[in-house]
Design a protein. Structure first.
Length: 155
């Protein structure tokens, strides 16, 4: 099944940077790329260990109502360089039309440079179910009850 997802290039974005694309037919996420303003394209963005930054994509998007666009880490960057997303997964709501940015953190041990045009994250379009919020004096019971972290055992 496919759902239309419309993007807009922002002013000062590089039109030569590809729109998000699925790397394979079976990919759940489409790779999204860093798209820096003209004065930052040559040097990119270098992150020291434990440093975080907002990486621009040069795009805005119209997410269909009833869906969200999730921003997720790329596993290769995570494994090879320790690059993660601070708010993983990030969420782009269906009523947001502003710039899409990716909040990255360098959990590695050496500096990492995000180059202009680099595949920095992946996007996934997912359905959203909104809850009907209610308050009650008591909750229904379960076998687990109020048992918290580790209450179901290990392994």
């Amino acid at each position: 099944m496919t759902i239309p997802l419309t993007f807009q290039r922002l002013p000062d974005s590089d039109p030569d940077i590809a729109l998000p694309v699925y790397a394979t037919d079976g990919a759940a996420g489409a790779d999204i790329r860093a798209n820096f303003p003209p004065d930052q394209r040559a040097q990119g963005l270098t992150l020291a260990p434990m440093e975080r930054a907002l990486v621009p994509t040069g795009l805005a998007c119209a997410v269909p109502r009833g869906y969200e666009m999730q921003i997720r880490a790329r596993s290769g960057l995570a494994l090879k360089h320790g690059i993660a997303l601070v708010n993983a997964p990030g969420t782009i709501d269906s009523d947001y039309r502003g710039p899409i940015g990716v909040i990255v953190i360098n959990l590695g041990t050496t500096d990492f440079t995000v180059d202009h045009g680099m595949r920095i994250a992946q996007i996934i379009l997912a359905p959203v179910t909104q809850a009907q919020i209610a308050l009650n004096d008591q909750l229904d019971g379960t076998d687990r009850g109020t048992g918290g972290f580790g209450s179901t055992g290990t392994g």
